[in-house]
Structures are given as C-alpha cells and as structure tokens.
Design a protein around this ligand. Sequence first.
Ligand code: HEM
Length: 416
Amino acid sequence: MNIKIPKDRGMDRTLSIFKDGYEFIQKRVQNHHLDVFETRVLGKKTALLSGEEGARLFYDRERMKRSGAMPSHILKSLFGEGGVQGLDGAVHEHRKLLFMNLMTPSRLHDLHTITTKLWKHTADNWVSKRKIVLFDETLLLLTRAGCEWAGIPLSDKEAPKRAKELNLLIEGASKVGPKYLSSVSARKHLEEWLMKMIENVRAGNQLAAEGRALHEIATHHDINGPPLQAKTAAVELLNIIRPLVAVSRYIVFGACAMQEHPESKIKISENEGYLENFIQEVRRFYPFFPFLAARAKNDFTWQGYSFKEGQLVMLDLYGTNHDPRLWESPDKFMPDRFINYVGSQYDLIPQGGGDHYKNHRCPGEWPTIEVMNASFKFLASGISYSFPKQDISYSLREIPSLPKSGFVMKNIRINK
Ligand code: HEM
C-alpha cells in the first residue's frame, strides 16, 4: 500500500522550533492518523515521530542510534561532551549501569531524608521574610540536596554561585546570544570545579564515600579498561546534580497545581496514593523536555515512510504526554487518571521511554519522584502561606518553560 506521509512544504523549519516551542511536533503530526511527519531542520530532511508507536520506533536500537544526533550547541551547554547521552550499544549499557547502580532503595531514601531536612531548614528562614520566590529558593535547596546526595562538598558561601551556574546550563541551552554564552561559560566553570575534585579523590587527597556519585564516577572504568578521563567524569557528575536542580521546575509547577486545585493540598497531606498520582500528573501535564533527537541507523520503511541512513529523527515528548489517543482530556490536570493506569514504556515519557538499562531512558526518574514527594508533602502540610496577586501563567514557546512569577509566597508560617 502506498501511504502519502504528510510533510512541511518548502522552507526549512528550524526557526519554527523557536516559534512553536513545545508544540512544534504536535502541531505537525496531530490531525493525521500516522505517527510520522517529514520536515526540514538545519537544512536536512527530518522525520518527526509522536505517540506511543512513534516512541516505540525511536527506542528501537536496531533502527536508531544517538551518536551524532545531538546538536553541538546543546552538548557545549546543557549536556557536555563525552557523556552517556551520546553513546550507543555495549559502551552505552556499561556507562548506564554506573547511573543505575546509584538508584538503590536506600540511596533514594537518603535523598528523601536530605530533601525534607533542607526544606525544614530553609523554611525556618522564610518566617522573618516579607516574601519569597519559590523557584529561587528551590534552585538553591536542590543544589545543596544534589551535592550532599552525590557526596560533593559544598560550603554555604559557594552554594548560591553553583546554583546559578547549574540553572544557566538548563536555561541557556535553548537560547542564542549572551544567554547561550553564559551557559557555555557556566559549564566550563562547573567542569573545572568537578575535575579538580575527581583528581583529588583519585590521588587520595579527598575522601569520597562509597556508593555516592562522586566516588562511583571517580572510580568508574570505561568498558575498554581505563578510568574515565577527568573531564568525562566531571560531565557525568554534572549529569547527576544538574538534572536534580532542574526538578525545581516541577516543584514550582506542582505548587501552581496545588494553588489552582486547592482540594489537592489536603489530599496530598492525607493520602500517599493520591500524592503519587499527583506527581505523575505534574510530570505528564507540565512542559519540560520538548523532544529528543536520534539518527536512523540504516535505510528502512515504517508506516509507509522511508527512513534514510543517518537521517535526523525527533521524538515528541510533550505531545506524546498530551496525545488524545493515550490520555482522556489531555489538557486537563487530573491526578486521578493514574488510579487505574497500567501504562507502557512508551506513553508517559516526560523523562524518555523504553528500558532504563538498554535505552537512554532517564535513570533519574526515581530521584525526581523522591524529591517531588518530599517537596510536595512539605509545601502541602509543613507550612502555611498566602499567595499574593501574581502571574503564574507559563508559555509553551519558552523552552524550558516556567510560571512567570516563579511562585511568590507571603506570610509564611511553620505548621506545628
Ligand atoms: C536522560 C528528563 C531528572 C539523569 C534524560 C532524558 C530526558 C530526561 C528526557 C533523555 C532520555 C532519552 O534520551 O531517551 C529529565 C527530567 C528530569 C530529569 C524532565 C526532572 C526534572 C534527572 C535526574 C537525574 C537524571 C534527577 C540524575 C540524578 C539523567 C541521565 C540521563 C538522563 C544521566 C542520560 C541517560 C542516557 O543517556 O542513557 N532525562 N530528567 N535526570 N537523565 Fe534525566
């Protein structure tokens, strides 16, 4: 059967990524009953994939690879060069195990305890303040939590500087001009800081506790034998603390959801099952990573579309999390949709899909959920606050997105 695959006619659509933001792929694929659409990005024919079937293809290791897929400006800012994101096959699996081994139940429990401790400590200082911006406070808190969890020493004096740099990696990657350059420069400073630390651990000049990211990464050997180069080790250590700090965006989105659905606060305080569903809905509903990139490994035809070896392929994360074929009323925030959710590895994909060990799916899903759990519990029942007039709308054209006010809180009191 000859199926005509829909395409963008004419011009290159790289600029549309900025214009359409999170909806770039969804806008093109929706209304068609297929999961693939052709456009032109950076002057080249690009296949856009969306939906559960699109995700399943994207994570087929026989047909897709990651090396050479990530644009170099993203590597120079957000991800760093030589990290796990760009590896394939056995080399990837070996490096990925390093991350997966950090996610033991006891280490995740530690992260929960550290996060709760820091919320209590931080909120004590809020009582004397007229108002606070939750996003700014959470950035600092999660920088401290991430470093403590990873075994990275961080003084009180140094914390604000590192929080700012880590946030620049996240914010600057999708920008052009000075903001992008600040992101590249923040990466340079952070890598230098951590390279020095890794060299000190290796030389026996700095203690590092076994089981924590600093120790495990400093002592990790590549599949071919040698220890990771210090720069690569720094990139991987940043692959732990940078995304942990990024969870701050989910915390702020979750606070907005509690504000807009006041009944959820009581349910979060009283019902662990509801809290779990609330967390899943925050991850599904709010924008974070818009899409991912891979390259076709060889020529093949799928759903009537001819993929060419080396062709750029993009998977729609935001659109798949809002696909009406998978989610009833996808644009409504409804935690209860997860009560009877069975799901697959390819439908709820805010942090990627497929298998954690074999694919590139985020190994940080558990720590993300742990931090959200501790934080939402604290915000729902640990404190009371008033919510002054402010703009908590967010834009789907801004990547990464965030509520405009950052969530201002006033008259904060600690609940007994
Ligand atoms: C990969 C999202 C938190 C570590 C990814 C990917 C996404 C993602 C979309 C790419 C998946 C793919 O390429 O197929 C997020 C979001 C987070 C988050 C939205 C929360 C806001 C974390 C945390 C950690 C982490 C807390 C570590 C503690 C990583 C690593 C990879 C990754 C190391 C690369 C995995 C690989 O290439 O095999 N994440 N992540 N992430 N994430 Fe996360």
